[in-house]
Ligand binder design. Structure first.
Ligand SMILES: Nc1ncnc2c1ncn2[C@@H]1O[C@H](COP(=O)(O)OP(=O)(O)OP(=O)(O)O)[C@@H](O)[C@H]1O
Ligand SMILES: O=P(O)(O)OC[C@H]1O[C@H](OP(=O)(O)OP(=O)(O)O)[C@H](O)[C@@H]1O
Length: 326
C-alpha cells in the first residue's frame, strides 16, 4: 500500500503532461508484446513504465508510449487518437472489415515488422466429415475474429447461391452462425459450441493437440507498424520508422565477407548480389579481391555452400548490430 501511495501516478495526470508528444501504441500483453518491446529497445526509445500505468513518457524523444491490447490498436490509430502503433495485420483487417477506412479514418501500414507470423485458418475436427469450408455453411463457427468470419462466410453463402452447378441441397438458403469467443477458441468443437473454428495458427501445435485440421486460410499475418491519417509530427514519425527499419534489417541480414580470384568474381556476385551491390576491394595479393555484402540470415548456410563451390575462401559471417539502408 505504501509503495502505491508513494508512486501516486495516475492516467489523468500523465495524459495532462503529454503536451505535444506523439503517441505510439504498443501491445500491452500477448504474443506481440515482447518482440515489440525489443524493437523499441533496439531503436533506442527509452522509457520507464510505472506499475499498472498504460502510458509511459519516452525520455529521449517527444514521444509517449500507450500500452493497449493488440486488437484495440487499429481503433485508436484509425481514429487518429494515437499517431503510431504496432499490431498484427490480422487485427487491422478485423477492424477494417467492421469499419471500412475513409479518406480521413483508418490506418496506413508503414512497415512489415517480420515477427508475429501466423495464419488465420478455418479449422474443423480432424476425424469429422467436414473437409471444405463450404460444408460449414449453415453450421456454427466460433472465433475471436467475428467480422472476418462474418465476411468470409457471407461471401461463401453468396457464392453458393450463385453457383449454377449447385443442385441446391438446401445450402443456399442457410446462414452460418458466428459465435464470438475471447480466447481458447480451439476448445469450441470438442465442447460442442461449434462445428468449426476460425483461429490463428503458427506452429500448428495448438490445432494438433485440439484434434483439429485446417481447411482454408483467411489471412496471413505478421506484426506491422501502422500510422494514423492525421499525424501531427511527420518528421518524428519518419525518424522512428527509420530506426525501426534499421533494427529489422539488422535482424534480417548478416554481413558476409570473403576472398575470391578476380575471374570468379562475376559468378560470386550472382550468389551474393547484396541489397544494392556488393562492395569489392582489391587485395594486396595480385588477382584476388575481397567482397563484403549483406545476405538474408535465413539463406546464409546455402549461400556459404554456393560460395565455396564457386571458389570463395576465408568466408566470414558477422552479425549486424544496426543498419540504415534504403
Ligand atoms: N501463435 C501465434 N504466433 C504468432 N503470432 C501470433 C500468435 N497468436 C497471435 N499472434 C499475433 O499476435 C496478435 C495478438 O494475439 P494474442 O493472442 O497475443 O492477443 P492478446 O493481446 O493476448 O489478446 P487476447 O488474448 O485478449 O485475445 C494476433 O492478432 C496475431 O497477430
Ligand atoms: O499454432 P500455434 O503455435 O500453436 O499457435 C496458435 C495459438 O496461439 C494463439 O493463442 P494464444 O496461445 O496466444 O492464446 P489464446 O488462445 O488465449 O489466444 C492462437 O489463438 C492459437 O490458439
Amino acid at each position: 500500500m505504501m509503495a502505491g501511495r508513494r508512486e501516486s501516478f495516475c492516467l489523468i495526470d500523465e495524459l495532462a503532461s503529454l503536451n505535444d508528444r506523439l503517441l505510439f501504441a504498443v501491445p500491452k500483453k500477448g504474443r506481440l508484446n515482447e518482440s515489440a518491446l525489443n524493437l523499441l529497445a533496439g531503436s533506442d526509445i527509452q522509457f520507464h513504465r510505472h506499475n499498472r500505468l498504460d502510458i509511459a513518457l519516452v525520455k529521449n524523444h517527444p514521444l509517449a508510449l500507450v500500452f493497449l491490447p493488440a486488437s484495440d490498436i487499429p481503433v485508436f490509430v484509425g481514429q487518429g487518437r494515437v499517431d503510431l502503433g504496432i499490431t498484427g495485420r490480422d487485427q487491422v483487417a478485423e477492424h477494417e472489415t467492421e469499419m471500412p477506412p475513409t479518406d480521413t479514418t483508418g490506418v496506413v501500414e508503414m512497415m512489415d515488422l517480420d515477427f508475429g507470423r501466423c495464419k488465420l485458418q478455418v479449422q474443423v475436427p480432424e476425424r469429422g466429415i467436414i473437409t471444405s469450408p463450404e460444408q460449414l455453411v449453415g453450421k456454427t463457427v466460433a472465433t475471436s475474429f467475428v467480422n472476418l468470419a462474418e465476411k468470409y462466410f457471407r461471401d461463401l453463402e453468396n457464392a453458393l447461391k450463385q453457383d449454377p452447378t449447385d443442385n441446391d441441397d438446401g445450402k443456399s438458403a442457410l446462414k452460418t452462425s458466428i459465435v464470438n469467443l475471447g480466447g481458447s477458441v480451439e476448445t469450441a468443437c470438442a465442447l460442442g459450441v461449434a462445428d468449426g473454428i476460425l483461429d490463428l495458427v503458427e506452429s500448428g501445435e495448438t490445432m494438433r493437440v485440439a484434434g483439429l485440421k485446417a481447411i482454408s486460410t483467411v489471412i496471413e499475418s505478421t506484426a506491422v507498424l501502422i500510422k494514423s491519417k492525421h499525424v501531427s509530427n511527420p518528421s518524428l514519425i519518419d525518424l522512428i520508422a527509420a530506426r525501426i527499419r534499421g533494427v529489422i534489417n539488422a535482424q534480417k541480414y548478416v554481413l558476409c565477407t570473403y576472398n575470391i580470384e578476380r575471374p570468379k568474381l562475376e559468378a560470386a556476385c550472382k550468389i551474393t548480389p547484396g541489397k544494392r551491390a556488393p562492395t569489392v576491394t582489391a587485395l594486396e595479393e595480385a588477382g584476388w579481391v575481397a567482397i563484403q555484402t549483406m545476405v538474408e540470415r535465413k539463406r546464409i548456410a546455402l549461400v556459404m555452400d554456393e560460395l565455396t563451390e564457386a571458389g570463395a575462401s576465408d568466408i566470414l559471417v558477422t552479425k549486424i548490430e544496426n543498419s540504415r539502408t534504403a
